[in-house]
Structure formats: C-alpha cells, structure tokens
Design a protein around this ligand. Structure first.
Ligand SMILES: C[S@@+](CC[C@H](N)C(=O)[O-])C[C@H]1O[C@@H](n2cnc3c(N)ncnc32)[C@H](O)[C@@H]1O
Length: 253
C-alpha cells in the first residue's frame, strides 16, 4: 500500500490530522523536498510521527522509485510525504501510475496548496488562467514560454500565476525579484508591451506563515526584499472591484 501524503503549504504544522492518523500504522516513511522550498523541519516531523523518515531526491524518485517506495509498498504500508498537496506536481502522478502498473494500491491524503493559497492576495481563484513556471536561465537555455502564457491569459482577462524555480541541491531559490528581471529581459527582446516596468503585479512570499504580499508596479517591486523562499509572482488580468479592494491592503510602496 502506498500513501501519498501532503505536508501542506508551509511547514510540518500544516499536516492534517487524517495524515497523522494514517501515519501511525505506516511501516516505512519517505519524504521529498525537491518539488518545493519547504520550511519543514525534518527532526520536528520525525518527533511528531515518532518514526524515522527517509529523504528521497529527484534522482531516487523519478529514476529509481522501484528501488525505494515502489519496492517497499509492495510488501508493507509505505508513505511518501510531499510539500503542499501531492497532486500539484506531475512527479507524484507518475508515481501513482507506476504503482498501479505493479498492482500496488494507492491513497492520496490532500493538504493545503499554493494553488488555493494564492487567493489570500484577493485575486479570485477561478479567474486564474494557465499557470507557468519560470526556470533559472543559463547560457544555452532561456525559455520565453512564461511570457507567451502571460500574453494568452491577458487576452482572456485572466490572472497569471508564475511558479518560481528551485534548485535545493545548489541552495538556489528563485525570488520575485529574479522572476521580474527575467520577464523584463524577455520583454526587451519580444517588445510586445506585455511585461513592462509600469504594469501592476503581486509579489508573494511564504504563504501559510510569515507571509508577505506586495501589490505594485514592477519597477517598485523589483527592489523590494521579500525574504526567504518560497516565492511566487502573479500578473493580474482584469480586476473585479472586490479584487481591487482586497489588493489595496497590499499596496506597495
Ligand atoms: C512545483 S510547486 C509545488 C506545489 C506544491 N505541491 C503545492 O501543492 O503547493 C512549487 C512552487 O510553488 C511556489 N510555492 C509553494 N509554496 C509556496 C508558499 N508557501 N508561498 C509562496 N510560494 C509557494 C513556489 O514558487 C515553489 O517553487
């Protein structure tokens, strides 16, 4: 049996009572931290569960799950703990598909997720269009797809959520400031006046606890210190008056 259990949006205190109840019976517990810049403290989590937790990296989980969670869940109750909600990451979907092929039963325990928490900004969740991720560019890789998604969402008056890249193995976590600079660089080449210094955006850090939300012009937000990760950037589409009212509380400067 394989349980995919969400740890929730911020740290170990966001785990659900349902998850704790199930984990009492689980014989082997794994966790992955590479899909989010999680603030979960592993020692505290182990204390809370009274069990040893084994950390898996991207390589373990995406290339060799048959050597860890799939192998174990064939014989015993096994859990994979993941930041946020387990179903908000394609990796976990892949694990479920692989488990099913091996005849392993799976159960998902949901938890709070960035996908619903962004509504704390006041932007209505059903008015978001396609989400896009901004990867760290390098010399040979500078995708413009986040800009293209923004263009399509704006055409439909929809908000755009930019998830920001993390590379925990290199201790690199993209900030709102990095994301803005990347989008401004794309604007410089494409020149479609979609992401200019004057447009209004929402910069968000650490939803769930110690959160920071700032609404303002790109040129003002780019120099603001949002603090520790994780961060997201949102480019609003057409605003409803209630959204405008909610955003006022976060106006910057
Ligand atoms: C690939 S998504 C994984 C989402 C996770 N499975 C969930 O359900 O929340 C990770 C990205 O979401 C954003 N994110 C996640 N949690 C956040 C939080 N508490 N505050 C701000 N951004 C967050 C960051 O951009 C981070 O790099």
């Amino acid at each position: 049996m394989l349980y995919l259990i969400g740890l929730g949006i911020y740290d170990e205190l966001d785990i659900t009572l349902r998850a704790l109840e199930i984990l009492k019976d689980v014989e082997r517990v794994y966790v992955e931290f590479y899909t989010n810049a999680s603030n979960v403290n592993l020692k505290n989590l182990e204390k809370l569960l009274g069990k040893k937790i084994y950390v898996l990296d991207r390589h373990d989980l995406e290339e060799h799950p048959e050597e860890n969670i799939l192998r174990d869940s064939m014989k015993k109750k096994t859990a994979l703990l993941v930041p946020g909600d387990p179903m908000v990451a394609t990796t976990h979907m892949d694990i479920i598909l692989r488990a099913r092929k091996l005849g392993i039963k799976t159960k998902v325990i949901h938890a709070s997720s960035i996908y619903s928490a962004v509504a704390e900004t006041g932007l209505q969740i059903y008015k978001f269009g396609k989400t896009t991720s901004i990867p760290f560019p390098d010399k040979s890789y500078f995708p413009t797809s986040p800009y293209d998604v923004l263009r399509e969402n704006l055409k439909n008056d929809l908000h755009t959520l930019f998830l920001l890249d993390i590379k925990p193995e290199e201790n690199r976590f993209m900030s709102v400031n990095d994301a803005i600079e990347i989008l401004l660089r794309i604007e410089e080449t494409k020149k479609e006046n979609i992401f200019t210094k004057e447009i209004l955006c929402v910069g968000v850090a650490r939803l769930g606890n110690n959160s920071v939300i700032r609404f303002g012009r790109v040129m003002d937000l780019v120099n603001y210190n949002f603090g520790k990760p994780p961060h997201v950037l949102i480019a609003p589409g057409k605003l409803h008056f209630m959204e405008e009212e909610m955003l006022k509380a976060f106006t910057h400067p």
